[in-house]
Ligand binder design. Structure first.
Ligand code: BEZ
Length: 258
């Protein structure tokens, strides 16, 4: 049960996400098989489920899965592609699930959910005692090359500095935040994962897909200028002569509600 609380502006476009950023869920399938290990009949919440590809993958194990995402467009895309899975629009800060799930799963979503402490408190409350939280999110240093290119473009063009909207914790910060919410951390892993952004316009497509909120204070002309200049600033660092390669850093955790 959850009150509907869509964000004021939905920057997400399910089709763009699926067409251009499929690596986000394709590269995390082993988070399901190696960390979540869903069992038939388990009740599992997929928080920040996006267009539902991994939700459907989890449901393939025989688990009963509920996918929740703040974006109405992503949830519409998820419902259109998967039957037999429940999808709901919802804000992670307003979840009211109480001891309903054996596991909570979240891939590439929590870094959007600032501040994290109330989200982890809600996930702790949503789990049955003994239930587990399995997550992957951006970790400290994530997409630093991308961020520095955008920040450099803003400065070079005389535009105001804009704080990016994400949280990328260190392993220590994540462990402390999980423990403060009542979890016992059993596994924690920080690692780099260079990720090819397909197409000659891959860098720009990434920003168009994910930086809409970050750059929303700019007008259309300013945003176009920032994208073009950031691409040039990023080229020596992130273009390998054939592809754009983003410097992803992943943070994975398995934590249990005692
Ligand atoms: C990530 O998955 O690390 C990510 C995606 C979009 C924006 C920022 C980070």
């Amino acid at each position: 049960m959850m009150p509907d609380a869509p964000p004021p502006t939905d920057h997400w476009q399910a089709r763009h996400y699926r067409d251009r950023h499929a690596f986000v869920y394709e590269s995390s399938r082993d988070l399901v098989s190696g960390w979540l290990v869903p069992q038939p009949g388990e009740c599992i919440l997929d928080l920040g489920c996006g267009t539902g590809e991994l939700t459907a993958h989890i449901a393939g194990s025989g688990a009963v899965v509920t996918g929740v995402d703040a974006s109405p467009d992503m949830i519409a895309g998820a419902r259109a592609r998967s039957s037999g899975v429940t999808f709901e629009v919802g804000d992670a800060h307003l979840l009211t699930f109480r001891e309903e799930f054996d596991a909570v799963f979240s891939n590439a979503a929590l870094h959007w959910m600032r501040p994290l402490p109330p989200v982890f408190a809600n996930l702790h409350a949503a789990l049955r005692p003994g239930g587990r939280l399995v997550l992957e999110m951006g970790g400290v240093g994530n997409v630093l090359g991308v961020r520095e290119a955008v920040e450099g473009a803003l400065a070079d063009l005389g535009l105001p500095a804009l704080a990016h909207p994400w949280v990328f914790p260190s392993p220590g910060e994540l462990a402390t935040t999980l423990e403060a919410a009542g979890f016992r951390v059993e596994r924690l892993h920080l690692f780099g994962r260079l990720s090819v952004l397909s197409g000659a316009d891959g860098f720009r497509a990434w920003l168009e897909g994910f930086a809409g909120g970050w750059l929303s204070p700019l007008n259309d002309d300013e945003r176009a200028a920032v994208l073009a200049h950031a691409e040039e600033l990023a080229r020596p660092r992130l273009w390998n002569g054939q592809d754009w390669v983003a410097d992803y850093v992943r943070l994975r955790a398995l934590a249990v509600r005692p």
